[in-house]
Design a protein around this ligand. Structure first.
Ligand code: CP3
Length: 343
């Protein structure tokens, strides 16, 4: 079959071709709000066991596609697989969030022994999903951006204002640069292997980009993302890259211009009308319904959807949330969202 016979609305949009009905996927669409996810996770005994079992991880990737028919399937994995492959221990305790050990706040990066083979199950997951996915659905790979991943590697866990990592970056910029470079190199490899195994576009999640001052944002968000995008483009020029610098706010246009990403994800604090007027003409955007409007449902949900749709009258739009779907979101609200967008 030719490309023309197999229209993929999401991939086409990411390549700059606006669709009459915007394609939809939701960040964190495979996860705890789905009863079928919770059941499989309980059987496998935890998140990491699930994410490193290619058959099970492929099943979780496909669950939201089967239930809702989203235009995109996102690989079931986690941004913390890269620190794990860089040699930190990784665990996801129930109710306490992820832990990485030893934290780089007080351990040298050079003391870690890289274990890239830890990523092999992810590539097998990609091959399983690629073989099973229907031809209209676009398959998305992903990784965390260096800054966001570094906040976990330095603190050893999630942190509120990322103060420990920001302090590290000021105190020892050369040492911090080594951490960011190690993450970047592994990420280029990781995303290239995902693409070679069958993903059709990739997203860089920079969930904590919003905690940096403008100067630090240039150095630790824009510069390493630009390096990653350039390296990916050298190897896989046709594969679109979505950048999601959550919380970037007024720094978003610089991010869009300077990183080389093909499309930008907008978080829910960004005014979509402002974004449409400010971002480069023709650049595809993704976003940006408030995940809490989806959780609330009803008129608040309808209003939020309409506002996003109306803000981008000509620009290629991928409908998404401004951040990941919350675990308490009723599945009927997701059905309502799809019905309203697709008409
Ligand atoms: O989007 C998808 O459905 C694909 C899978 C995916 C997961 N994590 C699975 C997961 C993706 C794209 C991620 C990205 C991720 N992971 C980010 C960036 C996006 C964001 O939400 O900001 C971050 C910061 C992480 C790190 C992480 N992983 C945290 C902080 C946690 C615990 C808290 C939480 O949000 O659940 C995880 C665990 C995790 N990753 C779960 C899932 C489904 C929950 C594990 C479980 O309890 O079953």
């Amino acid at each position: 079959m030719t490309d023309r016979a197999v229209p993929k609305a999401l991939l086409a949009t990411l390549m700059g071709r606006r669709q009459a009905v915007p394609p939809v996927w939701l960040m964190r669409q495979a996860g705890r709000y789905l009863p079928e996810y919770r059941a499989l996770r309980a059987r496998k005994g935890g998140f990491l066991a699930l994410a490193t079992d290619p058959e099970a991880a492929a099943e979780v990737t496909l669950q939201p596609i089967r239930r809702f028919g989203f235009d995109g399937a996102i690989l079931f994995s986690d941004i913390l697989m890269v620190p794990w492959a860089l040699g930190q221990d990784l665990s996801f305790g129930v109710g306490e969030g992820p832990r990485l050990a030893p934290p780089l706040a007080d351990h040298a990066l050079a003391a870690l022994r890289p274990r890239p083979e830890r990523l092999e199950p992810v590539y097998r997951t990609v091959r399983h999903v690629a073989a099973a996915l229907d031809p209209a659905t676009t398959f998305l790979g992903f990784a965390g951006s260096p800054w966001t991943v570094a906040t976990y590697m330095v603190a050893g866990q999630g942190s509120k204002d990322h103060g420990e990592t920001r302090r590290y970056a000021y105190r020892d910029p050369a040492g911090f640069s080594d951490i960011v470079d190690a993450i970047s190199d592994m990420t280029v490899d990781y995303l290239s292997r995902q693409i070679e195994a069958g993903v059709e576009a990739v997203q860089l999640f920079d969930s904590w980009a919003g905690s940096l001052s403008p100067e630090q944002f240039e150095r630790w968000v824009i510069a390493p993302n630009a390096r990653i995008v350039a390296a990916l483009k050298a190897r896989h020029p046709a594969t679109p890259v979505i950048g999601f610098p959550k919380g970037a706010g007024a720094k978003l246009p610089a991010y869009a211009r300077e990183t080389g990403v093909d499309a930008v994800g907008l978080d829910e604090t960004v005014d979509p009308v402002w974004a449409n007027g400010t971002l480069p003409v023709g650049m595809p955007v993704q976003g940006n319904l408030d995940p809490l409007a989806l959780e609330a449902g009803g008129a608040a949900l309808d209003r939020g959807i309409d506002r996003v749709l109306a803000a981008f009258p000509e620009r290629p739009l991928v409908f998404n949330l401004g951040h990941g779907i919350g675990q308490h979101t009723p599945v009927e609200h997701v059905e309502r969202l799809l019905a309203r967008i697709r008409g």
